[in-house]
Structure formats: C-alpha cells, structure tokens
Write a protein that binds this ligand. Structure first.
Ligand SMILES: Nc1ncnc2c1ncn2[C@@H]1O[C@H](COP(=O)(O)OP(=O)(O)OP(=O)(O)O)[C@@H](O)[C@H]1O
Length: 250
C-alpha cells in the first residue's frame, strides 16, 4: 500500500506533492500506474492530460487518499489539507448550499467563512438555495466554495469543467485563476482539454503507460491567448504526445 505521510511535508520549503514509484493495478493483466514519479512544488499549478484510460483519475484518487483498498505500492506524500473537486459537484441534494459548503466543519466561524467563500465564487445571496435550483456552472462554483473554505494547500480537480458548456467553462477558468491568485494552493487539474491545460497551468504533464511521459513548462506569462503562436506550438506538441494529428480535431 502507498504511504500517506501527511506530516512529512510540513516544512515550508518542501514540495506540496511527492510521489515515488507509484504502482496501481486493478487486475493481473497489467498495471495502470507503473512506477510513477512526480513532484509538485508548493503553489504550483499542474495540469495532467493523457489518453482515456491512461490512469489520470487513478493518480488523483491516490493523491486524495481515496484508493486505500486498491492494490499497489509506492510513496505518496501530500499536505495536510487537500480538497477535491470532481466533474459533478457532489452537493448533497437535501442540504442547502451553505450547509453543503461547510459540511463537516465545526468551528464557530464556519458559517461566516462559508458565506465569504460563496461570495468569492459569485454565489452571494444563494446560501439558502437548494442544489437543484442551481445551474451546472453554479453547482461547480458551490463545489469550489466547499473546497476553498477548507483552505487547501493542495487542490485536486478531476475534469471539474468537463460537463459545462463552452461559455460557462471560460467563466470558470477565470474564476479558478482568480481563486488561485488569491489563495495560491498547489493545483493538480486533470483535463481532456489541451487548450484548458495550456491556458491555466504552469506545467503540463502527459501520462503515458502509467508514468510521466512528458513534463512541459508553460512559459507564456499571465495573459494567454490561443491565438498566440507559442500557444499554438504547445497545442501541436501536446496533441502529438497524445497521438492526435491536429487535422483530425480541426
Ligand atoms: N475501480 C476500478 N476497477 C477496475 N478497473 C479500474 C478501476 N478504476 C479504474 N480502472 C481501470 O484503470 C484504467 C485507468 O482508469 P482511469 O479512470 O484512471 O483513467 P483516466 O485516464 O482517468 O481515463 P478517462 O480520461 O477516460 O477519465 C482504466 O483501464 C480503467 O478501466
């Protein structure tokens, strides 16, 4: 089993995530993660891409500590406060929005912090709404508020915008950038969208055969436009790494 040595990363200089030799398999036939090594610095924004079935969610679940019953080995060091956001908001339908956001928090200040987080994600005044009264984008905003209120040192996001329409997705990118600038957690964002990865991340990692295939630094600065030739060159490179010829997706 992987060790979750949560206390070993308390030094301010240490990385936010350290994974060494991580192996995971669901059958005798072959491994999904095959000795993966990965380090994420504190406050670093990393996007993880890879073909369908390449093990992205398996890695994220290992970092989240959600795979205790799965067989495997390796070292997984993560910080103490880790939040996870999935493609669906996973709000409890029988609880109002604010109660979802602060679920499990006992501090007397939780309510105020929850209201603050809702305002930060653009859901001011929606604290008493029921989840079914929110749009898909608003539900994901509430999910981000729920993660934010826990002041995460590491935010794990598994295709958080994958089910949203293109316009809502752009708005959510802006929101995530704003939250990242304000709180600066380390982020690991799993996405199928190469443009999303280039637009948001400091580094893009391509998972191939259960290990890190490529690890590409994105040096495009703060304002990134898909029309920038450097953006286009990175897109071509990453699509090639994924085995996609660009004419196929044009
Ligand atoms: N609980 C499980 N039981 C059996 N096999 C599993 C389980 N979870 C994942 N797998 C298998 O492990 C492989 C990797 O799955 P994973 O969900 O990590 O891939 P992914 O890269 O996130 O895929 P996608 O991009 O399609 O979401 C797949 O072949 C999948 O069928």
């Amino acid at each position: 089993m992987a060790t979750h040595a949560r206390e070993s990363l308390t030094s301010p200089e240490g990385p936010a995530v350290r994974v060494e030799g991580l192996r995971r398999s669901f059958s005798e036939a072959g491994g999904v993660l095959n000795g993966l090594d990965l380090t994420i610095a504190r406050g670093e924004f990393v996007a993880l891409i890879g073909r369908s079935g390449s093990g992205k969610s398996t890695l994220l679940r290992a970092l989240a500590g959600l795979d205790r019953s799965v067989s495997g080995s390796g070292v997984v060091d993560v910080p103490e406060r880790v939040s996870v956001v999935f493609q669906d908001s996973r709000l409890l339908p029988w609880r109002q929005v604010l109660d979802n956001v602060i679920l499990g928090l006992s501090a007397p200040s939780a309510r105020d912090r929850g209201l603050e987080a809702l305002a930060e994600v653009g859901l001011e005044g929606r604290d008493k709404a029921w989840p079914h009264e929110l749009s898909g984008g608003e539900q994901q905003r509430a999910a981000l508020a729920r993660s934010l209120v826990r002041d995460p040192q590491l935010l794990l996001a598994d295709e958080p915008f994958g089910a949203l329409d293109a316009l809502t997705r752009i708005k959510m990118h802006k929101l995530l950038q704003k939250l990242y600038a304000a709180h600066n957690p380390a982020i690991l964002l799993v996405t199928h969208d190469v443009d999303e990865a280039i637009a948001l991340a400091d580094r893009v990692i391509v998972l191939v055969d259960g290990v890190v295939g490529s690890d590409i630094r994105i040096d495009l600065g703060g304002r990134r436009s898909p029309g920038d030739p450097r953006f286009a060159a990175l897109r071509t490179q990453l699509l090639a790494e994924l085995g996609v010829v660009e004419e196929e997706v044009a």
